[in-house]
Design a protein around this ligand. Structure first.
Ligand code: BES
Ligand code: MN
Ligand code: ZN
Length: 490
């Protein structure tokens, strides 16, 4: 899908479809008004069949005085369009467009004033929402959907300015990174193994000239990554620790992104119940988001340094499996009593976070489908944000808002640490039922004391269940926006 910015007027645009907005009050946006004038009131007549509620659509054909083959009217709801309504309207437009036999479309929704957002914001969200709606994952179906969408180009009718061109480049690359994360998440666990993730990193390294290191089991043994190895111990899949580096700003300290890469989480000996266990293929969504964000930043040649660190393995039961009660020594030297083998994410992350410290990052952000408890707390709307640094928390919060990939701050007070007490080791790997996502974060906090660190618990936001089961690609848009803003880009 190609997006371009061009100066166009709605009535003369030679496109398969022209998309314009209508308010719930049946008022026209300026582009709709021009079309209506050119078509001698044809739009006004058609409005009887359109509610104008956000996301409602009506398709008109061959209007007199209009060059485009089709006109798609999209409801915008109340005047003073909100950010959410703008995004809903874009998604509705994209869903309607993908059913049409139109090769190109001019999206006249992009020039709307959305609060105090600059036009670049509109451009970014237009590209991301449309690409999101057009994403497909059918590579494992023998009967591909017979009619792939005809749509090949979306024109954003704006006057081309450097600032908008930058926004477009950023959005295209972010959409590519998000699609990569979604596909990695959607791939089944018999295909998307730790080795597959390492191969994928290799491909990225080749395509974007990135530096890549992959630590194998023997390397982890030599280093003393006892926690990561304990999780990987019963799997026939070789564990990998992937380190992918993009340098777009020589000399600057990097942003480290650490992503949980459990390619399947059975729970281990503390076995999970059978229902919906298939969804534990999404337990590598943090890893997918890291690879997606690195791809996006490298793809747009962003002036940032970023290091993606991905501990990848599979959590299986078996004769070699870690037992509840086992005590392991982490890379940091601290010991952990593993009381529940299903609390494995924190075990692979603690070693990966200690490893990331070697790169002397400016800040480190880990991304993990860490706890069911965060789904209870925040549902599927907000990602849980934990941080040991106020400024970093504020930056992530602002980036999340900007990317409409929202987070909600959770506490990380020392008071929670006592829940991790162990009689036999420096700490236990679980803290009991109360505040499950906070104690998980508190565990990680013991390994990041020397760094400015934030933790994103994406267990509720990385994928959808039910009929629409599939990866969302979150929080790639947030990570990209954060890295850019952190480097001073608006
Ligand atoms: N990957 C899961 C978290 C998860 C569970 C995400 C369900 C989304 C839906 C994680 O490894 C896990 O099993 N966490 C346990 C921790 C518990 C044993 C302390 C959990 O949340 O139940
Ligand atoms: Mn688990
Ligand atoms: Zn897990």
């Amino acid at each position: 899908m190609k997006f371009s910015i061009k100066t166009l007027s709605p009535e003369t645009a030679q496109a398969g479809c022209v998309v314009v907005g209508i308010y719930q009050t049946k008022e026209f946006t300026p582009a709709a008004r021009r079309l209506d004038q050119a078509a001698k009131g044809a739009l006004k007549k058609a409005l009887r069949d359109l509610s104008g509620k956000t996301g409602s659509t009506l398709l008109l054909h061959a209007l007199p005085g209009v060059a485009a083959e089709r006109v798609l009217l999209v409801g915008l709801g109340e005047k003073d369009t909100s950010e959410a309504a703008y995004r809903d309207a874009l998604r509705a437009a994209a869903n309607a467009l993908k059913e049409l036999d139109a090769k190109d479309a001019a999206l006249f929704l992009v020039d709307m004033k959305i609060g105090s957002r600059p036009l670049g914001w509109n451009v970014r969200h237009a590209v991301l929402c449309v690409r999101d709606a057009l994403y497909r994952f059918d590579q494992l179906k023998t009967q591909k959907k017979t009619s792939a969408p005809a749509l090949q180009e979306v024109i954003l009718p704006l006057s081309p300015k450097a600032e908008l061109k930058n926004a477009l480049d950023e959005a295209n690359a972010t959409a590519d990174g998000t699609a990569l994360a979604r596909t990695l998440g959607n791939l089944p666990p018999n295909i998307c193994t730790p080795t597959y993730l390492a191969e994928e990193a290799k491909k990225l390294a080749r395509e974007f000239k990135l530096e890549l290191e992959v630590l194998e089991r023997k390397d982890m043994e030599k280093l003393g990554m006892g926690a990561l190895l304990a999780v990987a111990s019963a799997s026939h899949q070789a564990p990998k620790l992937i380190v992918l580096r993009y340098e777009g700003r020589k000399g600057a300290k990097p942003v480290a992104l650490v992503g949980k890469g459990i390619t399947f989480d059975t729970g281990g000996i503390s076995l999970k119940p059978a229902g919906e266990m298939d969804e534990m293929k999404f337990d590598m969504s943090g890893a997918a988001a890291v690879l997606g964000a690195v791809r996006a930043l490298a793809g747009m040649r962003a002036p940032v340094n970023v290091i993606g660190v991905v501990p990848a393995c599979e959590n299986m039961p078996g004769g070699q499996a870690t037992r509840p009660g086992d005590v392991v020594t982490t890379l940091s030297g601290q010991t952990v009593e593993i009381l529940n083998t299903d609390a494995e994410g924190r075990l692979i992350l603690c070693d990966a976070l200690s490893y990331a410290e070697r790169y002397k990052p400016d800040v480190v952000v880990d991304i993990a489908t860490l706890t069911g408890a965060i789904v209870i707390a925040l549902g599927h709307v907000a990602t849980g944000l934990f941080a040991n640094d106020e400024k970093l928390a504020g930056e992530i919060d602002a980036a999340a808002d900007d990317a409409w990939d929202r987070v909600w701050r959770m506490p990380l007070w020392e008071d929670y640490q006592e829940q991790l007490r162990s009689n036999f080791a420096d700490m236990a790997n679980i803290g009991g039922r109360p505040a499950g996502s906070v104690t998980a974060a508190s565990f990680l906090a013991r390994f990041t004391r020397k760094m400015r660190w934030a933790h994103l618990d994406i267990a509720g936001t990385a994928w959808k269940s039910g009929r629409e089961k599939g990866s969302t690609g979150r929080p790639v848009p947030l990570l990209v926006r954060f890295a850019l803003r952190h480097a001073g880009r608006k």
